[in-house]
Design a protein around this ligand. Structure first.
Ligand SMILES: N[C@@H](CCC(=O)N[C@@H](CS)C(=O)NCC(=O)O)C(=O)O
Length: 229
């Protein structure tokens, strides 16, 4: 059985993506949870990954780190796992926006860190110009997907796909920080919040005992000790 190494549910968005992918694919797995930024975090994670970050997938004597590599690896072995849309055009689009998420939106990731338990009425004008631009880009991206493919279902490309997994934690951040978005984007956020698996993850996050003060206190990212995913 696969093992996944994840961090705190409350704070770790990349852990959530891989957990959601396996859960929604109904692939059984065991979980190893290592809370982030404790004194022993780096030593403990180094036992599993040379990259020093989570998530990590352990598949027998094979180790895979980085969420995209994990999803690709698992999909090679499970053809029914959550994947890409049917049509070539939608698939190209879904791959593009997923890669855009995986490699970008750094200001959003820094300035709006995942914190599922928290609620902030954030004034977006307090965010950096690049963070505001990235929020607008995400809103436009979701709106475009919903307008083009929304007739086929409630997800970004109609049917549930890897693109929804990539953006699910972003939808949850927009709830945490009360970020206003278009009606189409709001429908996507509500679809994510309505998932049983997501609610299950959030319920477990609520009862975690650890607190990461620089995230809970919304310390400006330039003063934060580390960049989160
Ligand atoms: N590109 C990586 C990002 C992984 C990542 O940044 N994970 C965060 C947790 S969500 C982490 O391990 N942060 C610890 C650190 O920055 O030391 C992926 O897709 O898995």
């Amino acid at each position: 059985m696969y093992k996944i190494v994840i961090a705190n549910r409350n704070y770790s968005s990349w852990s959530l993506r891989v957990w959601l992918f396996l859960t929604e694919s109904t692939i059984p797995f065991e979980e190893i949870r290592i809370p982030m930024f404790t004194a022993s975090w780096q030593t403990e994670i180094a036992r599993y990954s040379p990259g020093g970050r989570v998530p990590v997938l352990v598949d027998g004597d094979i180790t895979v780190w980085d969420s995209s590599a994990i999803m690709e690896h698992v999909r090679e072995q499970h053809s029914n796992a959550v994947g890409w849309p049917e049509s070539v055009r939608a698939r190209a689009h879904a791959r593009s926006v997923s890669a855009e998420m995986h490699s970008g939106f750094l200001a959003v990731r820094d300035e709006l860190p995942q914190n599922l338990r928290a609620r902030h009425q954030l004034d977006v004008n307090q965010l950096s110009a690049s963070c505001q631009q990235q929020i607008a880009r995400i809103d436009a991206l979701w709106t475009d997907c919903r307008q083009q493919y929304g007739k086929a279902g409630k997800w970004l490309f109609g049917e549930f796909s890897i693109a929804d997994i990539m953006f699910a934690p972003v939808a949850l951040r927009f709830v945490t920080y009360s970020i206003a978005v278009s009606e189409h984007s709001q429908a996507f956020i509500e679809a994510v919040c309505g998932m049983k698996s997501v609610q299950h993850w959030i319920d477990a996050a609520r009862v975690e005992s650890e607190s990461i003060p620089f995230i809970d206190d919304l310390v400006p990212s330039r003063d934060s000790p580390l960049v989160l995913g």
